[in-house]
Design a protein. Structure first.
Length: 308
C-alpha cells in the first residue's frame, strides 16, 4: 500500500498519545449523555453582555458552560477527584479536592491543540473566569510549546523515577532525546536564553499544563455545525471524570403547555457527554450533578448572579 508522506510525532502528540493509551488500558469507562435545553438559557447569556463593547470582555457560552459544570461538581464532589488504584493488591483511594482545576483543550495561535490547566475555576465569577481564559490565551502567544511540554514530560519522568519506574524513565528519555527523526527538538544557546528571559507571568509554564482535577472539552466551539454528539471520550488518569460540551442543535422536543397538554416543539438542545471511571464512581454518584444541571437549565436567570 502506497503512502505519500510520513509524519513523526512531536512532543505534544507524544504526550497525548501516551496519556490516552494509558487511559484506555487502565480505566473502565462509563458514559452518560445529558441533553440540556438551552433555549431560554442562551437568551439569558445575551443579558450578561448587555452594554459590553470590548469583545475580549464578553462572557462566552464556553465560559458559562464551564461554570455550569463547576456548579454541578460542587454538589457531586466524588466527580472532582484523582484515583490511586493498585489492581494487583486490589487497593484504591480517592484524593478529594476543595478546588476545581479544569484541564481544557484549546487551539493555540500556531493551530496546535494543547490542554491547559485553568486553576481554581470553581471559586471564580464569570468575569474572573473570562479574565483567566484571556490571560492564558495571551501568554500562549509568547510560549514555545515544545519547551513547555518538555518541562512537563521531564517532570513526569523524574516523578516516575522517584517511584521506582526506572525502565519507563529510560525509555522516555531515549525516545525523546536520542538523535534521529523521533528526537524532540527544544531550544538551545541564545534562543533558549532569550526565551527564558520572558517573565513567567507572560508565558505558559509547567504549572499551566499540569493535571487538573477534571477535563472539559468544548467540541461545539471547534465545530458549531456539529450534528449529533461525542459518544465516548477518554479520562486522563489520575482524573476520574471528563466532559464534552457539544454544539447546540435544534431538536423536536415534547413539552407541556399552560394547560398541561403535551406537544412537540423545536428547542435548542446542547448535549453534554459525561465520562467517569467506574472503579471510582457509580451512576448514583453522578445523579446529584445531573440534578444540579436540571435546576440551572430550568431557572437560567440564576447565571446572572454568577457575573461578578
Amino acid at each position: 500500500m502506497a503512502h505519500y508522506k510520513t509524519e513523526h510525532f512531536g512532543i505534544a502528540r507524544k504526550i497525548v498519545s501516551n496519556m490516552t493509551a494509558q487511559s484506555w488500558k487502565e480505566i473502565p469507562h462509563a458514559t452518560l449523555m445529558y441533553d440540556a435545553d438551552v433555549t431560554e438559557f442562551f437568551d439569558v447569556i445575551k443579558k450578561l453582555n448587555e452594554g459590553v463593547e470590548d469583545k475580549s470582555e464578553k462572557i462566552t457560552i464556553n465560559t458559562v458552560m464551564l461554570k455550569v459544570i463547576c456548579e454541578g461538581l460542587k454538589v457531586a464532589p466524588k466527580m472532582n477527584t484523582h484515583l490511586e488504584f493498585n489492581r494487583h493488591l486490589v487497593r484504591g483511594s480517592l484524593k478529594c479536592f476543595n478546588h476545581i482545576d479544569i484541564s481544557m483543550p484549546m487551539v493555540l495561535p500556531s493551530g496546535e491543540m494543547m490542554t491547559v490547566n485553568l486553576h481554581d475555576m470553581g471559586s471564580k465569577s464569570l468575569k474572573e473566569m473570562t479574565n483567566t481564559i484571556n490571560n492564558t490565551i495571551t501568554r500562549a502567544k509568547n510560549s514555545d510549546m515544545n519547551e513547555v511540554m518538555y518541562e512537563v514530560s521531564l517532570s513526569d519522568t523524574l516523578t516516575g523515577l522517584s517511584q521506582g519506574k526506572v525502565l519507563q524513565a529510560v525509555r522516555r528519555l531515549y525516545g525523546s532525546k536520542m538523535p534521529g527523526k523521533h528526537q524532540v527538538k527544544t531550544l538551545s544557546g541564545d534562543a533558549k536564553k532569550e526565551y527564558y528571559s520572558i517573565p513567567v507571568s507572560k508565558r505558559l509554564t509547567k504549572h499551566d499544563i499540569e493535571q487538573g482535577t477534571t477535563t472539559i472539552s468544548n467540541l461545539g466551539s471547534i465545530y458549531r455545525e456539529q450534528k449529533g454528539f461525542c459518544a465516548l471520550l477518554e479520562i486522563i488518569p489520575p482524573q476520574t471524570t471528563a466532559f464534552a460540551i457539544n454544539a447546540a442543535q435544534k431538536r423536536p422536543t415534547v413539552v407541556e403547555d399552560e394547560n398541561g397538554n403535551e406537544k412537540i416543539v423545536t428547542r435548542m438542545i446542547m448535549p453534554i457527554t459525561i465520562a467517569f471511571d467506574h472503579r471510582a464512581l457509580d451512576y448514583g454518584d453522578v445523579v446529584p450533578f445531573m440534578k444540579k444541571l436540571d435546576e440551572i437549565f430550568a431557572n437560567p436567570e440564576c447565571i446572572l448572579d454568577w457575573k461578578e
